[in-house]
Design a protein around this ligand. Sequence first.
Ligand code: NAP
Length: 290
Amino acid sequence: MKTIGFIGTGVMGASIVGHLMDAGYEVNVYNRTKHKAEPLINRGAVWKDTPEEIAASSELIFTMVGFPEDVEEVYYGENGIFDGIRPDTIVVDLTTSKPSIAQKIYETAKQKDAASLDAPVSGGDLGAKNGTVTTMVGGDESVFEEVKSIFMIFSGTLELQGPAGSGQHTKMANQIMIAGTMTGLTELLVYADAAGLNKEKVLKTVGGGSAANWSLQNYGPRILKEDYSAGFFVKHFIKDLKIALEEADRMGIELPATKKAKALYDQLKDDGHGDEGTQALIRLWWKDAE
Ligand code: NAP
């Protein structure tokens, strides 16, 4: 059984580590802020002081940090993974990041006789808690096959999409869809409210028809409870939409609706709500929401 290293024990990472431990794996953990890893350490995860130490003591390494810059730092920074990595190690980046960084990590890992996969996930904080995220993988099939059973510990849906970077591209396609479901959910509620409808009833009814979607089902009730805490941070969604639009630009395609969604989320962040959940978008309309 492989010893697993895990870097980034935030909203998503902490739950995923919990599932790996429940499945009987020994897990080494590192996080920028140590106290966020403490509940896991108390359960038996082993703290390491740097990504380099994680690499030196683990055969399979997952990273799930915030932004592409964080990914660069944990792999290539001082005391980074590539300072400590041993031959035959597999590194898996679960962060939603740039396809080009995934390709770079793939090449570096190869040079070090190691291997890498990019494997961003979807399904939110609840998917991570329930161990049912959708995992979108890029990389070599032989490497994917080697760690597939470990992915299945925390995934409900799992698919190899193609070579390095394909997982990240798939996640960008996913986020383009989410841009539509989140703006749709928000405008649905703004409209229903203005029309004097019972918003709970509306969500329940349209959620049973062809407007049904994950955002409506999971974030609709949170909005009605005025719960704007992150599940999925606004600042991370803006990061994703920026990557998607940059990639679209590079490929010469126009995504006007995604551009508009990003402008709305930029405005929400400028209003001071970057650390809230993406359901806080409604604040642009319901200004006095607590
Ligand atoms: P999060 O709670 O901010 O977790 C990220 C963790 O990584 C934090 O604990 C952070 O440490 C740590 N970290 C960041 N940079 C680091 C570094 N250089 N070295 C060590 N640790 C570092 O965010 P999250 O919601 O779990 O999301 C993580 C990633 O998954 C993001 O890319 C996000 O877009 C993606 N994602 C999130 C969701 C969701 O619904 N939440 C769903 C799918 C995908 P600190 O404690 O110091 O901040």
